[in-house]
Design a protein around this ligand. Sequence first.
Ligand code: HEM
Length: 357
Amino acid sequence: MAFKHLASFVLFACTISAVRGAVMKRATCADGRTTANAACCVLFPILDDIQENLFDGGECGEEVHESLRLTFHDAIGISPTKGGGGADGSIVIFDEIETAFHANGGIDDIVDVQKPFIAKHGITAGDFIQFAGAVGVSNCAGAPRLNFFLGRPNATKASPDLLVPEPFDSITNILARFKEVGFSPAEVVALLGSHTIAAADHVDETIPGTPFDSTPGVFDTQLFIEVQLRGTLFPGTGGNQGEVQSPLRGEIRLQSDHDLARDSRTACEWQSFANNQAKLQSAFKAAMLKLSILGHKQSDLIDCSDVIPVPKPVIGKPHLPAGSKQSDIEQACASAPFPSLTADAGPTTSVPPVPPS
Ligand code: HEM
């Protein structure tokens, strides 16, 4: 009798999933590629164009880094008290206002590069910025496949100033800024995973393209390891606002990253990513989805995530850079030791700049 009930339940469940399967039938686009929703077909020609002509044939290089930074600087421009529309493309549409904000230093480069693509393809600036960010990140080995939702209306006004965090802000202020728009301290740390594929042009203007970790072309956990090493040198002139000493020649360290790795509110979360690629991928992906739709309701947008290419697996294993020792780690998490790592063999690591394209 119990078996009979089970059998009819299984039959019922199969029928439901068959019905769901029918509803979920994929749309075939003009070029033969398929996607869950026909409205997403417009993205395939944009994908091909930006991979070829914005990201130099699918590289994880300077334009990818800059495009990812742009997703953040557009999206974070929203506050319950000061206004702003979040991920609405205002940084491109009102670029004369927003690129002049101090925290947006250098962002005019990628705004100028993306503008003709936006004009050519006729999607909104807010959609294009987040789409280019998600596609760009997919070129970096080790990255998660980010979500992309389509349908952001165009911004009607510029974001107010002082909503983008600065590297010289206190952790209290940084966490408060993110909390205002719904991010927990753990999500803030996850978002900083972005700095594993990142470099600075303007923190020390004498050394443009100086990366934050030794592997700026790979989405790995090295940032979380290297920022925890004792700082010993400035890669360029030193004394710049928002910069603290780094452990490696050719590597630059932001004061905000340094402090997030050492503050009692965030240190254990920071450390937890040091040798956990899977956790970094899933936490970054979830936090990036939230960031990419700031100012919108997810239910108003169309899920086009299946248009985003699947990234290649990570290259290499979490390690200490050559010449570093476990004792160079500045333990900051009070409840668990920093994971034990092996140093690369060979001469002391020094990091080359990210080349301009
Ligand atoms: C506390 C929060 C943050 C601060 C203070 C901060 C600060 C900075 C600074 C000062 C730079 C160097 C800019 C330059 O000199 O060229 C930079 C670069 C970058 N940031 Fe952040 N950032 C933060 C969070 C984020 C988030 C949430 C993302 C993305 C989700 C992000 C993505 C990037 C990327 C990809 C770059 C490299 C750009 C390039 O290589 O051209 N940052 N960040």
